[in-house]
Design a protein around this ligand. Structure first.
Ligand SMILES: *[C@@H]1O[C@H](CO)[C@@H](O)[C@H](O)[C@H]1NC(C)=O
Ligand SMILES: *[C@@H]1O[C@H](CO)[C@@H](O)[C@H](O)[C@H]1NC(C)=O
Length: 281
């Protein structure tokens, strides 16, 4: 089924190529801005309002019944995640979630947000050349349009511009939600941007421009569910905003060491084509 869909996309892709050229733009101009006290969203800030794009991706599996992944809200209807997080069968996403315990409100430092909500996924796409470690990117379309708030807001994706190299990234996740020792509150870790060769050496595999290697030799925190965003704050048109650079793919990202991330900049063409296609079907 997925293969059929993709051959259709292949045929149609040429019709959907964006003609906009030369100037960079944001996939969603309302990304990563907050109306609360000019607050910067994201970065190393771990408080309750700082990662409103974080999504918990829920997929059915035969082995364990359910598989959890991270994901990021990129527009009012779409979630970016890793291809390996996308499964056959009905999938769901959970938004507006900070603390994944079952209670009615999430509170931290005196600020409470309404309880998370769950939305069905109605379409899903994985990269047609995904093969385990390459092109580990996929997109989920939600069955309804998501209203933005201070608790639910997309991360920035920059189109048509190289984002340049940053020395440090943030990675967020509920960490190990596949197991019973999952952390209940969203965790944030700071990771260094490493040369791809270091990942190649350490993970005994080959990587290319579609991969980002990042990690930490000092952090002992376990963070970053598969599919979740690797991000950094940068200035865009005079404002600091959080941009997504990578998607947690594989490696030792869970508890220190080096990990491999899908290079989002490399796949902006894929993202635009899928959004265009699913917008019309
Ligand atoms: C953006 O963040 C940097 C680093 O924290 C800070 O020095 C700068 O003043 C910020 N710029 C704006 C416009 O807030
Ligand atoms: C990510 O992809 C872009 C576009 O292909 C490329 O210019 C950039 O160097 C890549 N990043 C890394 C860390 O390789």
């Amino acid at each position: 089924m997925v293969k059929i869909v993709f051959s259709v996309i292949g045929l149609l892709a040429c019709l959907f190529i964006r003609t906009k050229e030369g100037s960079a733009y944001l996939l969603d101009p309302d990304c990563a801005v907050s109306r609360i006290r000019g607050k910067i969203m994201g970065g190393r800030d771990t408080d309750i309002l700082s990662n409103p794009w974080m999504v918990l991706v829920i997929a059915p599996t035969l082995e364990t019944g359910v598989k959890f992944c991270g994901g990021s809200l990129i527009t009012y209807r779409f979630v970016l995640t890793a291809a390996h997080c996308i499964k056959d069968g009905p999938m769901k996403v959970r938004l507006g979630e900070y603390d994944n315990q079952y209670h009615m409100k999430d509170c931290s430092s005196g600020i409470c947000i309404p309880r998370y909500f769950i939305v069905d996924v109605d379409r899903k796409m994985t990269h047609k050349e995904y093969n385990g470690h390459k092109n580990d990117i996929g997109i989920l379309r939600m069955s309804e349009i998501i209203p933005y708030s201070d608790f639910v807001r997309p991360i920035c994706i920059l189109i048509d511009e190289e984002m340049g190299n940053v020395p440090l990234f943030s990675v967020t996740g509920w960490g190990g939600t596949r197991t019973s020792d999952s952390s209940k509150v969203l965790q944030v870790a700071t990771l260094e941007n490493f040369d791809r060769n270091q990942c190649a050496e350490s993970l005994q595999s080959e990587f290319d421009v579609g991969h980002i290697c990042a990690g930490s030799y000092t952090s002992d925190s376990c963070n970053g569910d598969s599919g979740g965003p690797l991000s950094a704050v940068r200035t865009y048109e005079g404002h600091n905003r959080t941009f997504q650079y990578g998607i947690v793919s594989f490696g030792l990202h869970s508890c220190g060491g080096l990990g491999v991330y899908t290079n989002v900049t490399h796949f902006t063409g894929f993202i635009l084509r899928v959004l265009e296609y699913l917008r019309n079907t």
